[in-house]
Design a protein around this ligand. Sequence first.
Ligand SMILES: [Zn+2]
Length: 113
Amino acid sequence: MAAFNYIKFNYNCPCCDNSVDIIAQTHIASDYHGDSTGHFMGRTYSLGDKMAWYLPCDGEFDDWMTWGKPKNGELVCERCYADCDSCHCELTVLIEFKNLVPVKVSKIERLSK
Ligand SMILES: [Zn+2]
């Protein structure tokens, strides 16, 4: 599945140590389909935002985490690719999600080649 969304947050880049906006790609809540507001992909969210997705009564609702079915309230982590807006260093970011909300950036590292 190649659909994804973006999570944008401010962080000190581990490469250049500047406080920058970092945009990470996530597969959470991404689908080529959508609702009246548009596709469930290519959207940019901040931490704490509720991500657009199917309604709980829709059959697709449980697929918001593309590699499993989280229980209601379960905290799930995704390792996301990102890059620094300032030095363009490639990064990996661990983001925690709960009930379709990106709640926390728990780890950020330089991508090892
Ligand atoms: Zn940087």
